[in-house]
Design a binder for this molecule. Structure first.
Ligand code: GLA
Length: 382
């Protein structure tokens, strides 16, 4: 535990924490909206994340605090917590974990004080929500002296986000935060789901350009894409789009509504790109990986229609740079961030050239984050 975490916990709650867990944010490397369609996806856990520190209380209360988001949230300890709204809604992530424990055969924790700290920018498409879920789950389980196999832990966190927070997300964010490994990517076959790691060539570098734009209807648009994909699968006569091949989608084109065809084509071709990316990574061929990344963005832009002019501008600029292998929107889309995979020669000067061009076009600069891979969620103090 770092001195500053213990100090902050003491400052808030007057004693040291008993359990500390940390979980990283993630970059969606490639595989856009493939997860809930039963496909494959690659992600990277990064060196920034969320830390959750917990100490027991014996008065049957849960108290939650975080830096920069207002006051203490105090709730009665119960196996069926009530969702919070407004400024307190961030607490729905740890509460969702608690609410999901029963479905995974575990008990809800008794009273505790909980402090959440983060060095992960929110709204940057780096899934601070999955990091909060995973770190909370490890902290809560430690509070009750319970444990879960890693794949179950990841599924529990997705269950919490689907059923308590109410977002119909796939397993990507939680899987990468849970199974991440420094200098590796996490490969998920979302059907199982099964998890594996793929080594990342040593010269690979990541740059994130966060537009700080977010479509007003982003949650609704994500859910709409989810529905459109399920409808396209039904029209193709398969359970999930991952069950269809690119050839099948082409063969059915005349029978599909144009929108269903575009959504289905994106998903089946994106799954093929994920699989081709794994092969190229194994061959150490970052140039091919980069072409697949940029092709993924073009497919999001034109077929899945979840990009924005800001994201497209960044990808166009980045893809034209000699030190960039490829660039694409990372995460749900409709705003958020672009990820660039670069050579080590891409540096602050190259990033600044991109941000100044963006500022001329859009009147403000994107936030730049040069990040590295990091290890997955872990209990730092049991
Ligand atoms: C969000 C969701 C993920 C995934 C991506 C798009 O990050 O949380 O489950 O669907 O969007 O690939």
């Amino acid at each position: 535990m770092t001195a500053s975490l213990e100090e902050k916990f003491r400052g808030r709650f007057g004693r040291a924490p008993a359990h500390v867990a940390r979980a990283p944010g993630r970059i969606e490397f490639i595989g856009n909206h493939t997860d809930y369609n039963g496909g494959t996806v690659l992600g990277a856990s990064i060196d920034r994340g969320v830390t959750v520190a917990v100490a027991p209380r014996d008065d049957g209360q849960w108290r939650f605090a975080t830096e920069g988001r207002g006051g203490l949230v105090t709730l009665p300890a119960t196996a069926s917590p009530t969702p919070q709204s407004g400024a307190n809604s961030w607490v729905n992530y740890p509460l969702g974990v608690i609410a999901s424990l029963a479905a995974f055969g575990r008990q809800a924790p008794a009273g505790f004080d909980c402090l959440v700290l983060s060095d992960l920018p929110t709204g940057a498409g780096l899934s601070s929500s999955a990091a909060l879920l995973l770190a909370s789950a490890l902290g809560m389980l430690a509070r009750c002296g319970q444990d879960l196999p890693r794949a179950e832990l990841v599924k529990l966190c997705r269950h919490a986000e689907n059923h308590f927070v109410g977002v119909p997300c796939g397993i990507l964010d939680q899987g990468v935060s849970g199974f991440g490994r420094k200098d590796h990517l996490v490969f998920i076959d979302c059907r199982g789901p099964t998890f594996a790691t793929v080594p990342l060539p040593a010269s690979a570098r990541f740059w994130i350009f966060n537009t700080h734009t977010k479509h007003a209807l982003v949650d609704g648009l994500y859910a709409a894409r989810h529905r459109e994909c399920m409808a396209a699968a039904a029209a193709l006569g398969v359970k999930l789009l991952a069950d269809a091949s690119p050839a099948q989608v082409e063969a059915a084109r005349a029978t599909l509504a144009p929108e269903a065809y575009r959504r289905a084509k994106h998903i089946v071709e994106e799954i093929a790109r994920v699989d081709a990316t794994v092969v190229a990574l194994q061959a150490g061929d970052l140039a091919t990986v980069g072409r697949l990344l940029t092709a993924s963005h073009r497919s999001s832009q034109h077929l899945f229609e979840n990009s924005t002019p800001e994201l497209d501008f960044l990808v166009d600029r980045l893809a034209a740079s000699p030190h960039v292998h490829g660039a694409r929107l990372s995460g749900g889309g409709f705003g958020g961030a672009v990820m660039a995979l670069t050579t080590p020669e891409f540096g602050n000067a190259q990033a600044a050239a991109v941000t100044s061009a963006y500022a001329v076009q859009f009147g403000q600069s994107p936030e730049v984050l040069h990040t590295q891979t990091g290890d997955g969620a872990q209990l730092l103090q049991a």
